[in-house]
Design a protein. Structure first.
Length: 297
């Protein structure tokens, strides 16, 4: 279990940090950008490739140019674990910008595979592919992720689209899915070490039951967690529910889990991967964004 206590020194350090932090990290408001160009996302139409139809399945975003008028957007994918180093980027396609400054960036699985020089079927479900976009203005200037102030991307008002995130998913098939799963990562909550084994006790067309926290070394009264699954994509959600009790001296502290808001969890039958982002409710405290990743044995 994650160490709950925090040192007095660290506590006061955090107080100083937040006391000095500005109310916003935004450097300029969008209408203050007089020169240069960037891509602003209006709508994410789809951010998931379906592995079962990987050739034709497409991710897509509606966007518009802010700043100097642009001719086109060149989209790339990195050949090296989504590196921002442009030397690793492989060109996917060019998209013409409309006279109104609007553009739709749409990329198929086949186009990603062609850019990377691999077969589409070698693209791995669960893998994330970043689409890096480069703007070519009417005056011939070029703007991309590397020559655009990174603080713009961290400011929500800009809705920056110089890089766009996509994930490869696959439909869920419960056949033979129940069984033993090895822990790949539990580095956040730290109940389990890599290599330990957890069990999926049941699998249906749209759910699995996983026996997870608390680890036997830290707690008791363990209950299976019901994980809901979208059969078409493998997206997973966990409604708040009890998982068991943690030892705390001579008493027991109840614990619950639920899906982390804003983080997407997946259960992939095609590869045997379980990727869960969970909030752990320990007594009255909530500890968020704990990644538990498992692989079928």
């Amino acid at each position: 279990m994650r160490k709950i206590q925090i040192s007095i020194f660290a506590f006061f350090t955090l107080l100083v940090f937040f006391a000095c932090k500005k109310e916003t990290d935004q450097v300029l408001s969008p209408d203050q950008l007089a020169t240069g160009s960037y891509l602003s996302i209006d709508k994410a139409n789809n951010t998931e490739f379906n592995f079962a139809q990987i050739n034709t399945s497409a991710v897509s975003w509606d966007a518009h140019i802010v700043g100097e008028a642009a001719d086109k957007v060149i989209s790339y994918v990195s050949s090296s674990k989504n590196s921002a180093d442009k030397s690793t980027w492989k060109k996917v396609k060019e998209t013409t910008v409309g006279s109104d400054g609007k553009v739709t960036i749409s990329v198929t699985g086949a186009q990603v595979a062609t850019a990377l020089g691999v077969s589409p079927t070698t693209l791995s479900p669960g893998a994330q592919y970043v689409i890096y976009n480069e703007i070519v203005t009417k005056s011939g200037k070029v703007y991309n992720y590397n020559n655009t102030n990174s603080e713009f991307e961290s400011s929500a008002a800009f809705n920056m689209g110089m890089r766009m995130f996509s994930t490869i998913t696959c439909p869920f098939d419960p056949t033979g899915f129940a069984g033993d799963f090895v822990v790949v990562s539990d580095n956040d909550w730290q109940d389990f070490a890599a290599g330990e084994v957890l069990k999926v006790t049941n699998a249906t067309a749209n759910s699995i039951t996983l026996l997870e926290y608390p680890a036997p070394a830290y707690g008791t009264n363990r209950k299976g967690v019901v994980i809901k699954i979208d059969p078409t994509s493998g997206r997973a959600t966990i409604d708040e529910q009890s998982v068991g009790d943690y030892y705390s001296g001579s008493s027991l502290v109840p614990a619950k889990v639920k899906s982390t808001a804003g983080k997407v969890s997946y259960v992939f039958a095609c590869t045997g991967d379980i990727i869960l982002y969970q909030d752990v409710i320990y007594g009255t405290a909530t500890y968020g964004q704990n990644l538990l990743r498992l692989k079928k044995m």
